[in-house]
Design a protein around this ligand. Structure first.
Ligand SMILES: [Zn+2]
Length: 367
């Protein structure tokens, strides 16, 4: 296949499924537009929609809190917490500690808890078990190692929501800055069958305390107890730069220089493992989303992409740290980086059925 890059964003044929129209605009630009057009904040009655949502969340509260928020210390989740307080909600904040959080992320959380007067639970995961599952994902050579974290965060939030009789998870997922994602660049995060199959094949420990949730369990809870994850930023005109400026000014929050770089592992994964082993540069999706959101010009994005994702010295020290923490030798890690990728679908998976269900769910989520 010959190389082609979109004339509007910076997505290119490193996504094998990308397509272009006759003027050279890509399929991701089109779907970004469609998803933004559908979102509540784009409607003429956006204000009423948000007010109705907030009223519903408050009215359905059964315990001390009316919603739960997963707080990573990153921009999106921090802004969700900030907005929740502005909207008069009573959130329970949960910070998931998987052993990889950067100091700055933890500092950001401490500042927010103080300034917003948040109640915070830190959910500390059993590191030995978590590490063993992360190691299994390396051994499986699958692309979405972050699934190990993302799945557990949602499952933990779900568990805590239940304990505290909370019906709403406020998530930082949003169409303005997170619409674009090639299918092959990540896996369905709730594919518990896939996760357990990989761990069974490559892991050394049994899964005991690592939080899990199946799609059947999620569906059951949604329909039986009205449990719901709400992408609240889709109800507001969300601009990343404005959110960062607000968080800095109001909460003394600090930026850590890169999407999801609040986690040391995520930084290494996105800036080194993905490009090196999988030929994927995730900066392309983040920058393309920002271009579509009117926050970055295509010229600036292209310049950004010319820079290496890592400086030489930071790469060397991060690589050493990551290998040591995960218990891989440098030789083992090199062999991993050079080994061919394996599809998640080469292991048992219910992602295809689940994705079909999610499509139906997406259609009804704003109703
Ligand atoms: Zn495009």
């Amino acid at each position: 296949m010959h190389y082609q890059i979109c004339v509007r964003c910076v997505m290119d044929t490193t996504d094998a499924e990308i397509s272009f129209d006759e003027s050279g605009v890509c399929s991701h630009c089109k779907s970004h537009e469609a998803r933004v057009a559908q979102a509540p904040f784009s409607q003429s009655d956006a204000g009423e929609k948000l007010a109705a949502l907030v009223a519903r969340i408050k009215a359905r509260a059964k315990g001390e809190y009316d919603c739960i928020i997963g707080l990573s210390g990153g921009v999106d989740s921090s802004y969700v917490a900030y907005q929740a307080i502005q909207l008069g909600l009573k959130p329970l904040a949960v910070h998931f500690d998987n052993g990889w959080n950067s100091e700055l992320a933890v500092k950001n959380i401490e500042r927010m808890v103080k300034k917003l007067n948040l109640d915070l639970i830190t959910y500390v995961i059993d590191w030995e078990e978590f590490r063993d599952i992360q190691r299994s994902f390396f051994k499986a050579n699958v692309i979405d190692i972050e699934m190990v974290t993302d799945h557990a965060i949602f499952a933990a939030l779900f568990k805590l929501a239940k304990q505290h009789k909370i019906r709403y998870i406020l998530s930082g997922t949003n169409v303005a800055t997170e619409s674009i994602m090639p299918k092959a660049w990540q896996h369905f995060k709730f594919d518990l069958l896939n996760l357990m199959a990989i761990q069974k094949k490559f892991g050394q420990l049994k899964v005991r305390s690592y939080p899990t949730i199946s799609i059947w369990h999620m569906a059951w809870n949604k329909y039986m107890s009205g449990f719901q994850s709400v992408p609240i930023l889709n109800y507001l005109p969300y601009k990343k730069e404005e959110a960062i400026a607000t968080l800095k000014a109001e909460l003394g929050w600090e930026y850590y220089g890169g999407k999801h770089y609040e986690s040391l592992f995520t930084k290494y994964y996105q800036a080194h493992i993905l490009p090196k082993k999988f030929g994927v540069d995730k900066r392309k999706v983040h920058l393309s989303d920002l271009i579509m959101n009117g926050e970055v010009t295509r010229e600036l994005a292209l310049k950004e992409l010319e820079k290496p994702p890592y400086t030489e010295s930071a790469l060397a020290s991060d690589r050493e740290y990551i290998c040591k923490k995960l218990g891989f030798s440098q030789v083992e890690h090199d062999a991993y980086l050079n080994a061919s990728a394996v599809s998640h679908f080469d292991y048992p998976s219910y992602a295809k059925i689940a994705m079909a269900l999610v499509k139906i769910y997406r259609k009804v989520q704003y109703n």
